[in-house]
Design a protein around this ligand. Sequence first.
Ligand code: ADP
Ligand code: MG
Length: 526
Amino acid sequence: MSQQMRQRRGQPLFILNEDTERTRGKDAQSSNITAGKAVAESVRTTLGPRGMDKMLVSDSGDVVITNDGATILQKMDIEHPAAQMIVEVAETQEEEVGDGTTTASVLAGQLLAQAEDLVEDDIHPTTIVEGYREAARLALEAIDEVTLTDELDDELLAAVAETSMTGKGTGDIDAAALAETIVAAVQQVRSDDGVDRDAITIRTQRGAGASATELVQGVISEEEPLNDDMPTRVDDASVAVLDLDLEVREAEIDAEYDITNVDQLNAAIEAEEAELRGYAESIAEADVDVAFVTGDVDDLVASYLAKEGVLAFDSVDDDEASSIARATGARTVGTLNDFEADDLGNAEVVRVESFGDDDLAFIEGGAAAETVTVFARGGTEHVADELERALEDALDVVTAALDAGGVVPGAGATEVAISDHIRTSVASVQGRKQLAIEAYADAIDVLPRTLAENTGMDPIDALVELRSVHDAEGRAGLISQGQSGDVGDPVEYGILDPAAVKREAVESATEAATMIARIDDVISAE
Ligand code: ADP
Ligand code: MG
């Protein structure tokens, strides 16, 4: 039968290239599981407040020092397809809730490790998948049960923010002060519709120590004033946001002047100058104090504007321009033709400040001040970068606590409750699936076990004590303090995580592990 005939009959036809590699059955499974486990293992030591950092060096020699699971996995050049799925777990976790990336990938890795044992005991992958799904459902039930019913006041929210930052290199500032700044930022952009996360920007600037971090009621722009003669501070400023170029129009440059004498040349130059002056005049006549222009501004326009006392910036990026428009209530205009007072926004103050070699423009107290900027300072670029990641996490967890279902006890207490709930419920399950469900509970245990290890405690003793305190008092976590750890109630110590972080970790880790466990054939093109 010819190839064409076969295709016509609708049978799939796979033609494998000679170079194609193919691994099947248990070999495929075990190579996938090993790769997935290895990736999860690589971030394990960063989990928790006493987790270590990783230094990542790229091909070109760029260095990143971080404790953030998602960042580590993203910067590692991971090629194995199954390992890549663990990276995706971290990415999904980061996108959905912004924290818990290490938790999710460590859990996914451990679910794979348990799956490997189950496969060796001849439990079929589909049974493993069913058991894992059932266990994940029980885990979500347990999370709901331990979710705190307390009102989410500022103190509680600050505790959530602080919990997410412990263990991250936040420079010389204590996490408590940063947490307060974060909660203040979130409260400012919060309405009945929830937290407007996009209205909060984080801007880091190296130079001072991290303790100089502050909340700016408005926007910070990276652009420098166009001309040294422009004012560097304008109070009660009328602000224009212009999405255009202030240059001689293309058409006139391209037009072929037939210039035969000096008079004609002068006339042409004068016409251009008049056009440029016209731009500056229409801006000044509209009583603009500060102009943010997204396009290019001719030097001549800049000097006319300076003469008129206007502070102006060019090449402002689009996102920045729209935040400025939003913060000041200005309307972004694309032409000066019918530019009017109505288009202008207002700010209490626009001021330019120098930080080493960089100038930053602060646009504060806008008429429509609904945007805030967390202005974070770090001594060096690496400190500033890690501080920014810590602040992003903190913003995300406070947002998730408010908008996505409250908070649960941290420090491993929720995990202890999850595995307890799974083990208690499994008795009613018949057959081999029961083994898979129990294996899931064992996998969850890796989280408190790792917290214990990273805190320098004996993991087995710690787990035994956690379980007994959990049974007796209903809540037990590994409270890390100074050089060691103690078993106690995380809520009393203000160690709280958003419920959404735990839910997402359970869901995405289960999904990845079950997907990898089901694969029994790997066909790869060279
Ligand atoms: P992830 O990327 O999963 O967020 P982290 O390194 O941020 O990883 O660690 C998060 C875990 O550390 C959470 O389970 C959290 O409850 C716990 N944790 C935070 N602060 C403390 C503390 N002081 N003592 C014990 N555990 C803590
Ligand atoms: Mg975290």
